[in-house]
Design a binder for this molecule. Structure first.
Ligand SMILES: [Zn+2]
Length: 391
């Protein structure tokens, strides 16, 4: 920690600083030195040479984390180039959710991660080829073929890429794991157990059912697509949250949005949130088939959840401190002195906007979030031209 304010490089001045890990939601300055947070406080001293970035009227948060993306661009048909998506959505950290398995994970590192200024991490798919056949009307389930579900290869891949591998991904559902969903889940949990990391499970149409999946998950494991529409919705026909969700949350299972092309329904979201069952984490599941809607990107998904009843400070926690904890990266997702200066600058616009879910249902919201740029390790990254909504 730098105590000498004469050494600061930059002060982001006068924004509404929301840092849930440190219990902050207040107007404050953020001082940066040598790529790290040096201090957060009201009216910090300004030496003559420190640069000032005016954040008046903006929200200043730890760099946003999108824990579910597909960014194996060009190596998978549905992958997106992470950089433009991050720049239009104020995102600093993106986590690829199982696009690659043991057979092609090294390419994700060499061809994507090593060429990007973003902070990039990945879940390793339990299936050897990763998600190899996913298009709009063409899906061959990578978890439906028993011979592809190699625990040993998955474990070896995680061990070889410990710095970027954050867990094991498995996609469960009629279209992705067919009749052997529980076997695929058991193998993913076995691999994750051997490397001491969590599992992220996708939930699709049954089999297996929501309750069957949750019954296997361990504390710290994630269920993504938590507010998918029926079948396998989080609420029953009367609109009540399934008891299995509350039991799993009690045990420490984490619930992630993972919007995507087919996995976010307003009915599920609004009913669960009205019953007090908020998601733990908001993520986009951005890929080529939803980057132009209905998911678009992380910030659009955050806007949607806020318009479904999640408070702004809670929503910030769901894309900063909580995913950082789920990733075992406690040094990110907060603005503690000494942390990397990863920061997102956000603007809120209060005007009607029509949001659509994956079923085509629409809701008119009253607020949207736009990015005004990010800092990654103290380096400012301009926002990409205005996002789609203002076109
Ligand atoms: Zn996904």
């Amino acid at each position: 920690m730098v105590k000498d304010s004469d050494k600061w490089d930059l002060i982001i001045a006068g924004g509404r600083v929301i840092d849930p890990v440190n219990g902050l939601d207040t107007i404050a300055d953020v001082a940066i030195f040598d790529g790290r947070i040096a201090a957060v406080g009201r009216d910090l001293p300004r030496s003559h040479h420190v640069a000032i970035q005016d954040a008046n009227g903006l929200i200043v948060t730890p760099g946003l984390i999108d824990i579910h993306t597909h960014i194996y661009h060009k190596a998978t048909a549905y992958g997106v180039d992470p950089d433009p998506v991050a720049r239009r959505s104020g995102t600093v950290t993106m986590v690829d959710a199982g696009s690659a398995g043991a057979g092609n994970f090294a390419g994700l590192r060499d061809f994507i991660f090593d060429r990007s200024p973003l902070r990039l991490l990945a879940y390793v798919n339990i299936s050897y080829p990763g998600i190899f056949a996913f298009d709009r009307d063409y899906v061959v389930g990578e978890a439906a073929v028993r011979e592809l579900l190699s625990v040993d290869h998955c474990v070896a891949t995680v061990e070889a890429h410990r710095d970027i591998a954050v867990g094991v991904k498995v996609r469960l559902g009629a279209n992705t794991s067919g009749e052997i969903g529980m076997l695929a889940l058991d193998r993913a949990i076995e691999a994750a157990g051997r490397v001491g990391l969590p599992v992220m499970t996708h939930i699709g149409k049954p089999p297996p059912t929501y309750a069957e999946i949750l019954a296997r998950l361990r504390p710290g494991d994630l269920l993504t697509h938590c507010f998918r529409p029926a079948p396998n919705a989080p609420v029953d026909e009367a609109g009540s949250v399934l008891p299995a969700l509350r039991e799993a949350r009690e045990r420490g299972v984490l619930f992630d949005i993972g919007h995507g092309m087919g996995a976010f329904g307003f009915r599920s979201a609004v009913q669960a949130i009205e019953e007090g069952f908020q998601p733990d984490i908001i993520s986009s599941d951005v890929h080529a088939l939803c980057v132009d809607g209905p998911a678009f990107d992380l910030l659009h998904t955050v806007s949607k959840l806020v318009n479904c009843g999640v408070g702004i400070a809670d929503a910030v926690a769901m894309v900063t401190g909580t995913p950082a904890r789920a990733l075992n990266r406690p040094e990110t997702g907060n603005l503690s002195p000494g942390a990397a200066a990863d920061i997102s600058l956000l603007e809120t616009v209060d005007q009607p906007i029509v949001y659509a879910d994956v079923t085509g249902e629409t809701r008119t919201g009253s607020i949207r979030f736009l990015t005004r740029g990010t800092l990654i390790g103290g380096i400012f990254h301009e926002p990409l031209d205005r996002p789609f909504e203002l076109e």
